[in-house]
Ligand binder design. Sequence first.
Ligand SMILES: Cc1cc2nc3c(=O)[nH]c(=O)nc-3n(C[C@H](O)[C@H](O)[C@H](O)COP(=O)(O)OP(=O)(O)OC[C@H]3O[C@@H](n4cnc5c(N)ncnc54)[C@H](O)[C@@H]3O)c2cc1C
Length: 375
Amino acid sequence: MAPPLPQRADVVVVGAGFAGLATAASLVELGVRRVVVLEAEPIPGKHGSGRNAAMARRLIEDDVLSRLAVRSVARMGELGNGTPLVRRVGGLLVGEGDALDALARIAAAVPELAAEVERLDADAVRALVPALAGADLAGGILTPGCGVTDIHALLGAFADRARAGGATTFLRTPLTGIRVAGGRVVAAETPHGVIATEQLVNAAGFAANPVAAFAGLAPLPLVPTRRHLFVTAPWGGLDRAAPFVWNVSAGYYFRPEGTGLLLCACDGTAWPPEDPPTDPGAREALAAKFDAAVPGLREVRPTRGWAGLRVMTPDHRFVIGADPRLTGFFWVAGLGGHGMTTSAGVGEIAARGLVDGAVPAPFGAAFAPDRFTTV
Ligand SMILES: Cc1cc2nc3c(=O)[nH]c(=O)nc-3n(C[C@H](O)[C@H](O)[C@H](O)COP(=O)(O)OP(=O)(O)OC[C@H]3O[C@@H](n4cnc5c(N)ncnc54)[C@H](O)[C@@H]3O)c2cc1C
């Protein structure tokens, strides 16, 4: 049975997805003791954090995100207590020459990636992944240190660390109001009671703007965007240890999943801040895209799919930092399509921002909420 809701907390974190649990885990590591995590659902990670493609992609079309991803995946090595949370099967980014050139420039600017990436021509790509025979691509970039994460184990690792350090997570406990006095946060309201606090972390994923509205704050340009994933019947055409394949130009990805494949057509539809249903036409749309773009996968048929929301910002960078309009209101939101990979780093820099008063460089400026607010 859950303990009663405390009357006071040093920090109240709203949301037990990757953003909230990683932040709570890092806060207790920095010595913050009275950390309370509020989660509306009966389980952690019910939304984006439990429905993602589990790809730890460290070379991203943004050098700041790539730096954070590299740092984060390195940290995941320690989080598993000896059990690797990421299977480093590698990532193979394929596409047109211009897109690959842009990624190669980013890799060159991030020392860990510069040391590891390998540029491949189209023949070498097809030799590595025969399923890409007949696919239209100029070449690829292989990042051997990328891979596939056990997302539930990773979420559990953050939850365990937070709990061991004294944080308490309350499930089925939505934040329903924020009390403000004298221009600062003073308390968090829930159906089970009120918690006095001077720091509230908004890690509510697709509901980040509704949470801000509880404090009377105008929304930031955060756009929940629906995407579908599908898995296939057993298929022996791809080695289990093959890298994930992501075509950054045509917009699709696939990787081994169990005895079949996981497939994504990189669809994206703006969606209201609520749990999205699966579009009945998504499976046919995915099959048509793969039939045209990856002839080597024509015999593969998706059997089961689901939808989730990625929360996008206009510049595709995260929102991590104190809100300049309200003292004590801290954002960890807008993690887009990279929130699992970067989670350990996100938690670390968010906790630093809460404890030290400034999110470390270069992330503080890149992710500052004030790039979207008018005070
Ligand atoms: C289809 C898909 C594929 C993806 N693939 C990848 C991938 O391969 N690699 C990668 O790195 N990332 C991937 N992502 C992105 C990644 O999943 C997200 O960036 C990440 O999960 C966001 O975490 P979050 O904690 O911000 O949000 P969420 O996981 O949505 O968590 C927010 C939590 O807040 C809770 N909440 C909301 N309102 C309240 C309230 N009022 N009170 C209490 N609790 C509240 C919600 O119930 C939820 O549990 C993918 C996403 C999708 C949808």
